[in-house]
Design a binder for this molecule. Structure first.
Ligand code: PLP
Length: 432
């Protein structure tokens, strides 16, 4: 195993191993400088949807660089940014009206928060008091100051708490494994969570709440937790009752990861604002997007017509070219179908092999996004934190066959640090 010796990086790696230097990447494989192959079973961080090194993306990027690599996004526009925005909006079949093209997931979530805030200022009269967000326990929305505050990833957050904004409060996540009470049905569980949200609106004052922010499927740190049927419909009804916006953070689970292009397609609701990242550009060039529905956009059309936001690398042409080509490949190569088929296969394999394991408490997921939660005792569900050992074991098992395997260790319910009680599997959509 090679190690990085240079220290110019300002980055302390969270992984127990030293970060290793990747020299090549193709399909689902990464290659180290000593030639060692690594199966990318997490698609990076749920990013590399179409796999590594697709020449079609390289060609699209080069063609765009030949045309225009960059122009000021405030004064000029490009066809490629228009094309990507149109493509994204069209995939929602009229549910979303406009797209803002940003760089990272964190930037996009933060732009979505600002959009929601300004939406209420565009009303006539402006609803100035609406600047409170309600988010959920066990969530992650990014590492910038505002998004860190929205999230609940304690090991990443605690030391920064003195500098985080406080306009956020939190309700329970829809954790069907740990959150359901004895004797509760799906319906009564949903009703209780909806009531908890309603109570939170009442506590904060509905006239102060701007939006409810949630990942449609909780990713990290909770460890891949799909909602139970009816949950988001009930949540949306509460938001509607008080006139607050619903923002879906689909950075991790959007753009196909769950088997539909948008994770919300599997719920009975459409959010007012949706954020996508990771799989949008699939790692070729950083890019993310914020999509907003007509309710939000019409407020701007009838109001100032101007979203007070602007970043140097917004609508970056080369990034847009990469993302548009990635999305065309997802369509032309039928990758969503592969996500669904391979997702079923992965689920069955995990259940067949692990359901009866005394320390596997819960296996859950959708499409090609799966979490395995470990427990010390299946009855008590006492957390067990072996995820580093599991990662190490997968490394050894793979190595006995000639390749290494990359997975995510997630902190999950234990919140004890990087050696958590979960692992996540989210391979590229091309996996066979
Ligand atoms: N939102 C969710 C749900 C995420 O999973 C992530 C990253 O893991 C982010 C936001 C932040 O995205 P980025 O790391 O690209 O800033």
């Amino acid at each position: 195993m090679s190690t990085v010796t240079q220290t110019a990086y300002l980055y302390k790696h969270a992984h127990p191993f030293q970060p290793r230097t990747i020299k090549a990447a193709s399909g689902i494989w990464l290659t180290l400088e000593n030639g060692q192959k690594i199966l990318d079973a997490t698609g990076g961080a749920a990013v590399t949807a179409i796999g590594h090194g697709d020449p079609r993306v390289k060609e699209a990027i080069i063609a765009q660089l030949d045309q225009v690599a960059y122009c000021h996004p405030g004064f000029y526009q490009t066809d490629i940014a228009q094309d990507l925005a149109t493509f994204l909006v069209n995939t929602t079949h009229g549910k979303m009206s406009r797209a803002l093209l940003t760089g990272s997931g964190s930037e996009a979530v933060e732009a979505a928060m600002k959009l929601a805030r300004q939406y209420f200022l565009e009303q006539s009269p402006p609803q100035k008091s609406r600047h409170h967000f309600i988010a959920r326990q066990g969530s992650w929305h990014g590492c910038t100051i505002a998004t860190l505050a929205m999230g609940d990833f304690k090991v990443r957050k605690t030391i920064f708490s003195p500098i985080l904004p406080e306009n956020v409060s939190r309700v329970s996540a829809c954790n069907s494994y740990r959150g359901m009470r004895e004797g509760e049905t799906t319906e009564t569980f949903v009703a209780r969570l909806a009531q908890e949200l309603d109570d939170e609106f009442q506590r904060v004052g509905p006239e102060n709440v701007c939006a409810f922010l949630a990942e449609p499927i909780s990713g990290s740190p909770l460890g891949c937790m799909p909602p139970v049927p009816g949950y988001f419909a009930a949540i949306k009804a509460v938001c509607d009752r008080y006139g607050a916006l619903l923002i879906f953070d689909e950075v991790m689970v959007g753009m196909g990861r769950t088997g539909t292009l948008h994770a919300w397609e599997q719920e009975d609701v459409v959010p007012d604002i949706q954020v996508v990242g990771k799989a949008l550009g699939a790692g070729y060039i950083p890019i993310s997007a914020v999509l907003a529905n007509e309710r939000v956009i019409s407020a701007f059309k009838n109001g100032s017509k101007y979203f007070v936001h602007g970043q140097t690398y917004q609508s970056h042409p080369a990034a847009c070219a990469a993302a548009l080509q990635v999305q065309r490949i997802v369509q032309s190569d039928n990758l969503l179908e592969n996500v669904r088929n391979m997702g079923k296969y992965l689920e069955q394999s995990l259940r067949d092999r692990l359901d009866k394991h005394p320390h596997v408490g819960n296996i859950r997921g959708r499409g090609l996004f799966w979490g395995i939660e470990f427990v010390a005792n299946k009855e008590t569900k006492a957390p067990l934190e072996p995820s580093l050992k599991v990662a190490d074991k997968m490394h050894q098992t793979g190595m006995s066959k000639g390749y290494d395997i990359a997975i995510f260790q997630a902190t999950g319910s234990a919140e004890g640090g990087w050696n958590g009680d979960h692992i996540l599997l989210c391979p590229p959509y091309i996996v066979t």
